[in-house]
Design a protein around this ligand. Structure first.
Ligand code: IPD
Ligand code: CA
Ligand code: CA
Length: 266
């Protein structure tokens, strides 16, 4: 990155943190309150009025403050123009099922690309008041303190995490084979319902690895920057390609990456 781009990235990080905090405040205030719940792709794929309110807050602010930037936001607002240098990839509420059930594990996830490269990542957990944040080349932080992935090299002592796509009830490509293999190989395996936080937990050394199928760019855009800046590795299931589409996502402390790929190969 050139010097002016690096300065802009830092300003964008600060703006992303502010907007994530403001959206997170909405989530906290409305937590366990009355929600309007609708379904999307499947009967188990929910969206609430809080998802929409959070996205509106972020997209309206960007329209005013960064009108030239492109926006890809999960609930469909904002304009994703190909000419823009900076592109915001937003999951206004990651963990909607948890939110709708009053399970306190969800977040706001904001990733920003510069000319196609993931450059800024911000993930805010409003219930724990935890702000995960990174700018490419500047390291990753949790509430301002530097974070690193774990040093674990032994799968038998590793804490792994995964998730299931909303088509799990009808798809054969349902991740249950991998779940069964990993639960036998690792010390522990969690399915906690917020992919963006799962990536950040790998970055912070709380999880040693995470994988999932059929995620979307907004689930992983911020987390990829945060994990890589914390010394972790991200890829698809082959290990050769990026996981930025979310279609196949493998995230690790680097040391366990090849062992994870081996298990997921079957
Ligand atoms: C979902 C969560 C969940 C993952 C799903 C995602 P949403 O995002 O990240 O952990 O298993 O695949 O779609 O719908 O709550 O934004
Ligand atoms: Ca999501
Ligand atoms: Ca979401």
């Amino acid at each position: 990155m050139t010097e002016p781009a690096a300065r802009q990235a830092e300003q964008i990080r600060q703006l992303a943190e502010r907007l994530a905090r403001e959206a997170g405040a909405i989530q906290r205030e409305r937590y366990e309150g009355e929600l309007q719940i609708q379904t999307k792709s499947e009967t188990i794929d929910l969206v609430t009025d809080v998802d929409h309110a959070c996205e509106k807050l972020i997209v309206d602010a960007l329209a005013e403050l960064r009108p030239d930037d492109a926006i890809l936001a999960e609930e469909g607002s904002g304009e994703d123009t190909a000419e823009a240098n900076w592109r915001w990839i937003i999951d206004p509420l990651d963990g909607t099922t948890n939110y709708a059930h009053g399970y306190p594990r969800f977040c706001v996830s904001i990733g920003v690309e510069h000319n196609g490269t993931g450059t800024v990542g911000v993930v805010y957990d409003p219930m724990l008041d935890e702000m995960f944040s990174a700018v490419r080349g500047s390291g990753a932080t949790l509430n301002g303190r530097s974070i690193r992935v774990s040093n674990e090299v032994d799968m038998g002592q590793a804490m792994m995490a995964t998730g299931f796509a909303y088509d799990v009830q009808r798809s054969e490509d349902d991740n249950i084979n991998h779940f069964a293999d990993m639960v036998k190989a690792a010390r522990a395996l969690r399915r906690d319902g917020s992919a963006a936080l799962d990536l950040c937990y790998v970055a912070a050394g709380r999880f040693d690895g995470f994988w999932e199928l059929k995620l979307h760019p907004w689930d992983v855009a911020a987390g990829i920057v945060i994990v890589e800046e914390a010394g972790g590795r991200t890829s698809d299931f082959s290990g050769a390609e990026s996981c930025r589409t979310g279609r196949e996502t493998v995230v690790s402390n680097t040391r366990l990456h090849d062992a994870m790929l081996e298990i997921l190969r079957h």
